[in-house]
Design a protein around this ligand. Structure first.
Ligand SMILES: Nc1ncnc2c1ncn2[C@@H]1O[C@H](COP(=O)(O)OP(=O)(O)O)[C@@H](O)[C@H]1O
Ligand SMILES: [Mg+2]
Length: 232
């Protein structure tokens, strides 16, 4: 089998110190292969978001290692780290993190601005992403004037604008009603199946987890169960 995208070994992470020390991850190991959809499930406070932040290279573990395409990510520094993150990952979080007073297009092209992509190319790629999410007609609207489902689609468009290989979604349907959540889920799985984007979803929604190829359950900072869906 090919080198896994992620090789995660014995990750540990704590917050606070002394009396208020909290061990959020206590030694977590697993691999993720390209094109997989993986659900990380567990109760609130079990360490899911902590794990996702480490995988997304937004935070560093106390110990343990994360290899991305066989490269130990601890060796990545400053500009290289930012570039790798920006080029490889897309983010879809429960809180939309949109700038309400900016237009939908401006929100979507933000990662391209950060990456130093020129204005014309930014607009072209931003509009292409919005078209993919059927939001082209909203490009000039202020983000704050959209519905919850539309906002989450804008977030997905923004996550896709860099053509990421890996999409991280943390409770992507957490703030949406059931019907709208289902639409957003379908978009995520279409991206996974038809575009081969590796999907890592943090959720406490077992139905969403059941749609993924693999389900990893964490409890109190440890993996307590792992199931793989039979190839259909
Ligand atoms: N920045 C932080 N400072 C202190 N404690 C934190 C911080 N982030 C998370 N925690 C604690 O670590 C535990 C795991 O948090 P988190 O990974 O967000 O869990 P989950 O996403 O599964 O709800 C929780 O008990 C939480 O209170
Ligand atoms: Mg969380």
């Amino acid at each position: 089998m090919s080198t896994p995208i992620f090789q995660i070994s014995d990750l540990r992470k704590h917050y606070g110190r002394g009396q208020s020390r909290f061990d959020a991850l206590k030694g977590v190991s697993f691999d993720i292969h390209g094109g997989e959809s993986v659900a990380i499930v567990g109760k609130s406070g079990s360490g899911k978001s902590t794990l996702m932040h480490l995988l997304a290279l937004l935070d560093a573990p106390d110990s343990g290692s994360i290899a991305l395409d066989g490269v130990d990510t601890a060796t990545l520094r400053g500009g290289t780290l930012n570039k790798t993150r920006n080029k490889t990952f897309g983010f879809v979080f429960q809180q939309f993190f949109l700038t309400g007073n900016d237009s939908v297009l401006e929100n979507v092209i933000l990662p391209l601005k950060i990456a130093g992509v020129g204005r014309t190319e930014r607009k072209r790629r931003g509009m292409a992403a919005l078209e993919q999410l059927e939001l082209a007609d909203k490009a000039r609207s202020k983000a704050l004037n959209l519905s919850g489902g539309q906002k989450q689609r804008v977030v997905i468009a923004r996550a896709l604008v860099n053509n990421p290989r890996i999409l991280f979604a943390d409770e992507p349907t957490g703030n949406l009603d059931t019907a709208t959540g289902a639409v957003v889920e379908d978009i995520l799985f279409t991206l996974n199946r038809e575009h081969g984007i590796t999907l890592v979803v943090v959720t406490h929604d077992e139905e969403l987890a059941a749609r993924c190829d693999r389900r990893i359950v964490i409890r109190d900072g440890l993996i307590v169960d792992e199931t793989t869906k039979d190839a259909a």
